[in-house]
Write a protein that binds this ligand. Structure first.
Ligand SMILES: NC(=O)c1ccc[n+]([C@@H]2O[C@H](COP(=O)([O-])OP(=O)(O)OC[C@H]3O[C@@H](n4cnc5c(N)ncnc54)[C@H](OP(=O)(O)O)[C@@H]3O)[C@@H](O)[C@H]2O)c1
Length: 291
């Protein structure tokens, strides 16, 4: 979902070469292949959107989860370091336990409560061990084109059901992939493009008013602003899409899943504040564009 959104925003640009891979042409858990590809291309910049994202399946497929989300992320960081490439890597609100009702800032102590969260935290730690030139961007509750997501699932169910039971005791920030990708390009990628002088006369996003300074390497939180529960998220989806579906709020105890979810995984963005619009505005834009 996120990878194809980057592709949409960056493809066709004439001022730099872009190489994009899916699992068919580069399995990131095949470390030899990763190294070969990096040596061949010698990239300046690497954006890693690949991950084992099926949160419940991770509980059963622990080795696979750690191979892709931890060790492969580490190998990517290692080869980035060898090739002097800057790495942008995506991580998750699920590295936190969700016990803090005020949410988490970039320096809060992670404490995952499921295998997916542990494996993503492992990836963060490997990256920090293998390279200094990294941006780890934690995000949450993604929706957008290209993969199964909560918004699409709700709209599909609205054709079949008049009433839905949805969990209301998990709080987070839904995030539109387009909003995330736009801001990553403007704030994280563009300053580097100017620096490596392949980009001095133009800007990827023609609406970008000015080029920004390079942000310090490290960990960032980027989600649409505001927060909600899955039940209220569903209500908003039906309200904006004018679907008549009743949402019955239920507790997580009534909706058993293989993996535990954090109760409150709000990501506070203290390092580049106020750049992401509200999740409601993001949702409205997504529905307008695609439904
Ligand atoms: N979705 C969310 O709500 C959410 C929330 C917070 C953070 N994130 C993070 O954001 C990033 C992007 O997530 P997303 O929602 O775009 O995930 P996605 O739609 O599931 O995409 C992940 C991609 O990684 C690929 N992949 C898995 N294993 C691979 C391997 N061994 N080699 C190569 N490719 C492999 C998958 O291919 P297949 O389809 O073939 O498996 C899929 O195309 C991930 O790092 C995720 O942890 C996501």
């Amino acid at each position: 979902m996120l990878g194809s959104c980057f592709l949409k925003h960056l493809a066709g640009d004439q001022d730099f070469e872009m190489y994009a891979f899916d699992r068919k042409n580069l399995d990131i858990s095949s470390f030899k292949d990763l190294e070969k590809v990096f040596k061949k291309i010698s990239p300046d910049f690497v954006i890693n959107c690949a991950a084992y994202t099926k949160v419940d399946d991770c509980e059963k497929h622990i080795d696979e989860a750690f191979k892709v989300n931890s060790r492969a992320a580490g190998v990517i960081a290692k080869v980035c370091n060898q090739e002097n490439a800057t790495l942008i890597h995506f991580s998750t609100d699920y590295v936190f336990d969700g016990e803090n009702p005020n949410g988490y800032d970039e320096n809060s102590e992670p404490n995952p409560i499921n295998v997916y969260g542990h494996s993503k935290l492992g990836g963060e730690r490997f990256i920090k061990a293998y390279t200094d030139d990294y941006y780890i961007i934690r995000t949450s509750w993604l929706f957008g084109k290209g993969s199964k997501n909560f918004v699409d699932t709700m709209l599909k169910l609205s054709k079949e059901k008049k009433s839905l039971d949805i969990v209301n005791d998990q709080i987070g920030s839904p995030t539109y992939t387009n909003d995330l990708v736009r801001n990553v390009i403007i704030y994280f990628l563009e300053p580097f493009l100017t620096e490596i002088e392949i980009h001095h006369e133009r800007s990827i996003n023609k609406e970008t008013p000015e080029l920004k300074n390079k942000l310090p390497f490290g960990t960032y939180h980027l989600s649409n602003s505001g927060q909600t529960s899955w039940a209220d998220f569903a209500k908003k989806i039906f309200e904006l899409s004018e679907k008549k579906v009743k949402v019955k709020p239920i507790s997580s105890k009534e909706y058993k899943t293989a993996a535990k979810r954090p109760a409150c995984s709000i990501l506070n963005n203290t390092k580049v504040p106020d750049i992401m619009r509200s999740w409601e505005d993001g949702l409205a834009a997504y529905l307008k564009l695609h439904f």
